[in-house]
Design a protein around this ligand. Structure first.
Ligand code: LLP
Length: 431
């Protein structure tokens, strides 16, 4: 099986962390998102310990909750003593509703409105990741008006190619995110931040992209970030206490994808950070990362019920399921590859090459093409693996399809953490 938390039981059914997925499909209905809570917790702990060990005291992670945001995820992060990153007031309020300590939240986004800034200040968000001059001035003004002083980091662009897809690459010069170093604008932003009364500058942040399988781009990024940090010390007398390298470690979606040993990579990055700090005679700042995908992706499975199996002779076979781009838009958006199987026939050979199609009125509504699965028939449970990241969080109600329920599995027990949307939910705001 693709990852060690996926298995096959004595009935030939696919299991997630030991739980029978066919039984869960019967119990909760389909489409259904399943999450292996044990793995999510393991990953959070692994990241927390590895960053402390290899990046030094005070270092750590922020879970990038855009990958999977629901109350239970913030409860788990709180329980595992992991900070979180939010990118909208919607995510922030979900964390608040879950009772997450908001002083451990950092607030991202390339276009925070005045209302966003006010809302985040009002609930006492830990850190703003300031993206632009406009945001910095607005934050200082609003914080002043509210009688607050806000901790901030500056999001800057190091101009690094993360060796990944364009759509999920963010650290290059031409990016809507952050303020570039190479043009001199990041220095000006730092100067401005240091001159303002209602913000306290802690350090610098950058994020180079997602689905990165090697440590080299992160090392290159660390070099640029620490060189800039040393430069700001020399020019402005500002010594950053924190540097945040963002998220981006990759996850295998298919057998042919590389596997990343996260601890080994963090150790390699940590070693280089030591060297770079020595080179620039810099006191090592606390180093942070913001993993999202690599905490939740392979913990997830989506279950569907097969409807039609349509063989167009000489062309292809469409296996249609009761979900699709509404619960997983990643093939439609990025052509992302997935691994699928028939959960109730998991021990049988995969002999059917097919296109797995969704139920939306849109030809591009697919989970994937050229997918190899066991022979399928109406009523079978189709499982798509590695759907824990950016599936539920990017789901939509296109064609007024309700979003699926989500169930967490841990130690042989299962519990509903997000209810299935009802039809009433779909027209709740219609007048
Ligand atoms: N930090 C920042 C500032 C980010 O922009 C992101 C992701 C992360 C952390 C987390 O990166 P991760 O560890 O998950 O790679 N919807 C796309 C992914 C977009 C990622 C956006 N930013 C997808 O489905 O592949």
């Amino acid at each position: 099986m693709l990852h060690k938390n996926y298995g096959i039981n004595e009935n030939g059914h696919l299991t997630l962390c030991g739980a029978d997925t066919v039984m869960l499909a019967k119990k909760y209905g389909t489409p259904l998102y399943l999450m292996d809570e044990t793995l999510v917790r393991e990953r959070m702990r692994m990241y927390r310990k590895a960053t402390e060990k290899y990046f030094g005291n005070g270092s750590g992670i922020h879970y990038a909750s855009k990958a999977l945001s629901c109350k239970e995820m913030y409860r788990i992060a709180a329980d595992e003593h992991v900070n979180v990153d939010v990118v909208s007031i919607g995510e922030l309020y979900t964390a608040k509703a879950a009772g997450y300590p908001l002083d451990h939240v950092c607030f991202h986004g390339n276009n925070k409105t005045d209302e966003d800034i006010e809302s985040a200040l009002a609930v006492g968000v830990g850190e703003f990741m300031v993206d632009s001059f406009e945001e910095l001035r607005a934050l200082d003004t609003i914080a002043g008006r509210m009688g607050k002083v806000q901790r901030i980091m500056l999001r800057i662009t190091p101009n690094i190619d993360p060796h990944t897809q364009k759509a999920i690459s963010t650290g290059e010069l031409d990016s809507k995110f952050g303020t570039p170093i190479s043009t001199g604008q990041a220095e000006k932003l730092t100067e401005l931040a240091l001159s303002l009364d209602h913000v306290v500058l802690e350090g610098f942040h950058s994020h180079i992209g997602s689905q990165t399988f090697e440590s080299e781009p992160f090392i290159e990024q660390a070099e640029v970030m620490l060189e800039f940090t040393a430069d700001m010390k020399k020019k402005l007398g500002f010594e950053a206490s924190k540097v945040n390298l963002g998220g981006g470690f990759g996850v295998a979606y298919t057998e042919s994808d590389p596997r990343v040993d996260y601890v080994e990579n963090i150790a390699a990055i940590g070693k280089e950070i030591e060297r770079i700090c020595k080179k620039y005679s810099l006191k090592k700042p606390a180093i942070f990362m913001e993993p999202g995908r690599s905490i939740v992706a392979d913990a997830g499975i989506t279950l569907y019920t097969v409807g039609s199996v349509k063989e167009i002779e000489g062309v292809r076979t469409y296996v249609s399921v009761d979900g699709g781009m509404t619960d997983n838009p990643r093939y439609a958006l990025y052509g992302s590859k997935y691994t699928a199987l028939i959960a109730n026939k998991a021990s049988e050979l995969k002999t059917l090459n097919c296109t797995i199609a969704g139920r939306c009125c849109e030809s591009g509504d697919m989970i994937g093409e050229n997918m190899l699965i066991q022979p399928a028939e109406r009523g079978d449970i189709l499982a798509v693996l590695v759907t824990g990241a950016y599936n539920y969080s990017m789901a939509s109600n296109y064609n007024r399809v309700p979003r699926p329920a989500m169930v967490f599995v841990r130690d042989g027990s299962d519990r509903l953490v997000v209810r299935r949307e009802s039809f009433e939910d779909l027209y709740r705001n219609d007048i």
